[in-house]
Design a protein around this ligand. Structure first.
Ligand code: ADP
Ligand code: ZN
Length: 608
């Protein structure tokens, strides 16, 4: 596209140049007068003419007073004939120097040939450039089919082993087997064992799946090829499949090796559920992967490791024996793992002695390995911006919030009114969270804008949780609605500040009913088939597997959950009105309330 614009510009300039050339030529012409033949006859009779040069049908006349004229004569009539016709006496003609010139002069070229040639030339040049452009595209199209796999050499200085992967002991244990397969493949072959060809790593984004796969390659000391499933999916059908072929061709030349396919769900979704055009392409690519994996000879030492966070959408064909029949789950890190990951990434960073990574790990439930690495990086950036030589606890705490909620936006100045509304809103969240028995304790309240939110109330669980109860969810709903309820109670109207709270509350209520079976009226079943479809690049989430009537029931139930939660929140906001006021005032004064200050106002939280 860029090329086309460039070419067009080039032609435009060429055209301008030619046009200006012609106008220049025209300018020269203007100095000579174009006159009719009658005038010439008159001038000859008056003996004013010095010279006539005949060029085809054109007469260039030079007068004795040095003026110049051009006369266009009729085609096929010679000058002498004309002069004879006008009865000009012979003496008068003899006095004039008459010269006949070939039309092959410069003039002829400029006037006759050029007007034809220029467009022809232009078209020629245009075609030439077009061809060149197409050729360029062609060669790019050729490149398309190549896999673009990134290879990491096995003995580079940034070799990664299990030591670089903190925590995830269970996964490591399972993958050690794969390392052995690669290292001592002969031993297994001798016993007739079939080495697994594919390992599926399951885990949320950022849990270190890529890192783990590289570590396996590092431990086994084999080559590592990395490609992402989304790279297979291109505009053109067939490209993905040819990339797969190319990838495995390269891999086969480099055995033993590991082929790592990231985001395999991009191509490996259950077949037959796509509606859009990309569907065929995915299917072909997936088939090619399966064909390649089935085609491994028993002795080829290639192990394919694929990563996904959506095992539920994978095509069952991928999971059959002989394909990705090993599955290794990489969990979100628990507190112990988080501390270990922090330690790994803190190795090259100067931390002050007071820093306790354990405390950071405590404050970061739900953080993935990538989040934790990011956290330490943010802390280092903060410290260096403050011209510190070492990283303190303060920077680490701030980095947690930055990773969790986005950067602080001190520049967004709130008006006094807005500030008051925000303070009440957040105090409402905090108070309701504090006085309900099953919620996580409040860590921090802030009315400084951060990322998308105006203010925020941060709650953190006392320990890592893997399960949640119905009452926890119900109370969570009340906490979400507390901001809205408080605004309504204090100011008699609501602002747009509660929008995201309401959305989250609605989503949560829907999940309670349709996924968790926590609604009394709708009972213990799920609603909606979560099989995903891709239509025109957009995911359509749900396929209804229930009737229109049930849909209405669900809607009603969502509203009832939310209304009950609002009632519950309202009750607390009213009964604890004194505290609400105190917390709001403290917020208006300090803008940020840490757990200690907050509990000084409202007392310690009673947890069941
Ligand atoms: P995924 O492939 O699961 O999305 P990555 O392997 O790309 O995750 O992880 C991103 C980054 O997070 C890694 O480069 C690493 O710095 C960090 N990380 C994640 N998990 C761990 C871990 N267990 N130990 C050390 N670092 C980790
Ligand atoms: Zn809110």
């Amino acid at each position: 596209m860029k090329n086309l614009i460039k070419n067009a510009l080039f032609f435009f300039i060429l055209l301008l140049m030619i046009a200006s050339f012609f106008s220049l030529y025209d300018d020269q012409k203007e100095q000579t007068k174009i006159v009719g033949i009658g005038i010439l006859i008159q001038q000859i009779n008056n003996e004013e003419v010095a010279e006539i040069i005949i060029q085809g049908n054109k007469l260039n006349v030079a007068l004795k007073n040095e003026d110049k004229e051009i006369i266009q004569k009729e085609v096929g009539e010679s000058l002498s004939e004309i002069l004879k016709n006008f009865n000009i006496p012979k003496e008068k003609i003899d006095e004039i120097k008459i010269e006949v010139q070939d039309e092959s002069g410069m003039n002829f070229w400029l006037t006759v040939i050029l007007p034809f040639m220029v467009p022809l030339l232009l078209i020629g040049v245009f075609i030439y450039f077009m061809m060149r452009g197409v050729q360029g595209m062609n060669s790019k199209a050729m490149m398309f089919g190549q896999s673009r796999a990134k290879e990491f050499s096995k003995d580079g200085k940034d070799k990664i082993t299990f030591k670089n992967v903190a925590g995830a002991e269970g996964a490591k244990e399972e993958l050690k087997e794969v390392v052995e397969f690669l290292k001592f493949s002969k031993k297994f072959h001798e016993l007739g064992a079939r080495i697994p060809r594919g390992v599926l790593l399951l885990g949320s984004p950022g849990t270190g799946k890529t890192l783990m796969a590289r570590a396996v390659a590092g431990e086994a000391d084999v080559a590592f090829f990395h490609i992402s499933g989304s790279e297979f999916v291109e505009m053109f059908v067939g490209v993905g499949a040819s990339r797969v072929r190319d990838l495995f061709k390269t891999a086969k030349k480099n055995t033993p090796c590991i082929v790592f396919i990231d985001e395999i769900d991009a191509v490996g979704r259950r077949r037959g559920s796509g509606l859009g055009g990309s569907h065929d392409e995915r299917e072909q690519t997936l088939n090619q992967i399966l064909v390649e994996m089935d085609g491994f000879e028993t002795h080829s030492n290639i192990i394919v490791i694929a990563a996904t966070n959506r095992p539920d959408v994978l095509d069952p064909a991928l999971l059959r024996p002989g394909r990705f029949d090993r599955r290794v789950v990489i969990d979100m890190p628990d507190i112990k793992d988080r501390e270990a990951i922090l330690k790994v990434h803190a190795r090259k960073k100067p931390l002050s002695k007071e820093v306790s990574l354990r405390r950071i790990a405590e404050r970061t439930p739900g953080f993935s390995g990538a989040d934790l690495a990011n956290l330490l990086n943010e802390a280092a950036i903060l410290a260096s911006r403050r011209n510190k030589k070492i990283i303190n606890m303060q920077e680490l705490y701030e980095a947690i919030e930055k990773v969790m909620l986005g950067p602080e936006r001190k520049s967004r100045i709130l008006s006094d009114k807005e500030k008051k509304i925000t303070a009440y809103h957040e105090a409402g969240h905090a108070i309701v969270a504090h006085f309900l028995p099953n919620t996580d304790p409040v860590q921090k309240i802030s009315i400084i804008a951060r990322g998308e939110t105006g203010g925020y109330t941060l709650k953190l669980p006392m320990e890592d949780k893997h399960m949640h109860t119905r009452s926890e969810f119900i109370e969570e709903l009340a906490v979400l609605l507390a901001g809205y309820v408080t605004e309504k109670k204090i100011f008699r109207e609501v602002t747009t500040g509660a929008t995201s709270d309401l959305r989250r509350a609605t989503d949560l209520a829907r999940k309670l009913i349709t996924d968790y079976g926590m609604s009394e009226t709708l009972g213990p079943r799920t609603y909606g088939d979560k099989e995903e479809m891709i239509f025109l690049g957009r995911e359509i989430r749900e396929q209804r597997d229930y009737s229109e009537k049930t849909a209405e029931q669900i809607d009603r139930e969502i509203s009832s959950f939310i209304n009950n939660a609002a009632q519950q929140a309202k009750g607390i906001v009213i009964s604890k009105h004194e505290y609400l006021k105190k917390v709001t005032n403290a917020l208006l004064k300090y803008e940020i309330l840490e757990k200690e200050k907050f509990e000084k106002i409202v007392g310690e939280k009673h947890v069941i």
